[in-house]
Design a protein around this ligand. Structure first.
Ligand SMILES: NC(=O)C1=CN([C@@H]2O[C@H](COP(=O)(O)OP(=O)(O)OC[C@H]3O[C@@H](n4cnc5c(N)ncnc54)[C@H](O)[C@@H]3O)[C@@H](O)[C@H]2O)C=CC1
Ligand SMILES: O=C(O)C(=O)[C@H](O)COP(=O)(O)O
Length: 390
């Protein structure tokens, strides 16, 4: 069996090597001819899997994407052609939440406000948004959620529903929140389409002082309208990990954004390996093969397993220290600025992603508090760390 794999899929040999011949190609360069004799195709989010790509695929029986998002795959076409499909739901959701929390802490420090005093609105309360709501609520931060498909399908607005926050419509959420976090998939049609969900009108309606964060898909917000608001009134701030037109993103918008990162919110090693492993299991199921590789054997020990925090720190300082010991998004912002200026936007954007440094998740770090302090322990645990006290 020939398995064609995006070169940015980690542990491809360990996962697929025992199942067949593994052929690696850069994701943006995978072409119809590569699929002529391929039995399986394993991609990430940058390979558009559509009729044009599959034009010469004669024996393809499986397509897997080691990502949460599936907007790059024509799943209807695959179903019509009897080609099995799998994505990796939730694989890097914890990493995205880490990215959001440390970005919020960074902006709070830079702009001189306290997270505890802000209300956070989460748009799209699925694997990512749902986990974000749980962690924010566990930290005692006031949240609202917006997720009309879930509200229609579940009884989330009823008292005692166990929902992590009150669910409201998008315009109410915009009116009532200081921070907006966008975690919707890109859906182009239907009653809950998300293309330009934050359009010019909604961007104009954001109250001065609002912080807007998008780690869903770039096309879910109107980048031109955001650029105009940031450049004109300059009274809101933005943190963007996803962009319209990736990898050749708008340089002017990049320069106006507080933290501008190259679609790496989910790039923990843990998240990437979970993605590869979930797709390996699905491929094995599709071909009736046993799956002999376990996630535990793929994941190495973290480079930093324990951090001791002494007395004299505020809760905010302790949080920032712990978060940044694991992951600091300012590094990714600086890398994008540097590489996009040095190599040009598209090449620089992709270079940052291809050579992404090792990053683990908050849950891999034990934070030892040498002086027990109630609120600090609660916040650190809520944020996702393993906390021990003396
Ligand atoms: N920046 C990054 O590195 C990453 C980005 N993503 C993006 O984040 C998206 C969300 O990921 P998950 O939470 O895991 O997906 P999910 O499928 O678990 O949840 C998405 C949620 O959005 C809701 N939704 C759909 N249409 C909506 C609308 N019009 N308004 C409000 N809510 C709506 C759905 O009902 C669902 O609950 C992915 O589809 C992907 O595009 C995912 C992982 C990493
Ligand atoms: O899982 C998703 O959905 C994502 O957005 C991925 O983190 C994107 O990863 P790449 O495809 O850009 O490697």
């Amino acid at each position: 069996m020939k398995i064609l794999v995006d070169a940015n899929v980690p542990a491809a040999d360990a996962c697929f090597g025992a199942l067949g011949e593994v052929v690696r190609r850069p994701g943006r360069e995978i072409a119809p001819g590569d699929l002529r004799d391929a039995d399986a195709l394993v991609v990430r989010s940058i390979t558009r899997v559509d009729a044009a790509l599959l034009a010469e695929a004669r024996c393809l029986r499986f397509v897997g994407t080691c990502t949460i998002g599936t907007d790059h795959v024509d799943t209807r076409l695959l179903a019509e052609r009897g080609i099995a499909f799998a994505s990796a739901p939730g694989c890097n959701a914890e990493a995205v939440v880490d990215h959001v929390l440390v970005s919020l802490a960074t902006l709070a420090e830079r702009q001189g406000w306290r997270l505890a005093e802000r209300r956070v609105g989460v748009v799209g309360a699925g694997n990512v948004g749902g986990r974000l709501l749980h962690r924010l609520s566990a930290m005692g931060i006031d949240c609202l959620a917006c997720d009309p498909p879930r509200v229609e399908a579940e009884d989330l607005v009823a008292p005692g529903s166990g929902a992590p926050a009150d669910f409201v419509d998008l315009d109410t959420l915009i009116d009532e929140c200081d921070v907006l976090c966008l975690h919707t998939p890109l859906v182009r049609e239907g009653p809950h389409a998300t293309h330009h969900l934050l359009d010019a009108e909604r961007i104009a309606a954001l109250a001065p002082g609002t912080l807007l964060l998008n780690a869903g898909r770039g096309d879910c917000l109107d980048g031109q309208a955001l650029r105009a608001r940031l450049a004109g009134q300059g009274d809101i701030s933005a943190v963007l990990d996803v962009w319209e037109g990736e990898p050749g993103i708008d340089a002017a918008l990049r320069d106006l954004v507080e933290l501008a990162t190259p679609h790496i919110a989910g790039y923990s090693l843990d998240g990437k390996l979970r993605g590869t492993h979930q797709v390996t299991r699905a491929l094995c199921r599709a071909f009736g093969l046993p799956c002999r590789v376990s996630l535990d054997e793929l994941l190495p020990a973290p480079p930093l397993a324990r951090l001791e925090l002494g007395p004299g720190l505020s809760t905010e300082e302790a949080l920032r220290l712990a978060m940044r010991a694991v992951y600091d998004p300012r590094r990714d912002h600086d890398a994008l600025q540097r590489e996009s200026r040095r190599q040009g936007m598209a090449a620089g954007f992709d270079a940052c992603r291809a050579a992404y440094p090792l990053r683990r998740e908050f849950a891999t770090l034990e934070v030892a508090l040498l002086e027990a302090e109630g609120q600090m322990a609660g916040w650190l645990t809520g944020a996702g760390f393993r906390v021990t006290t003396a």
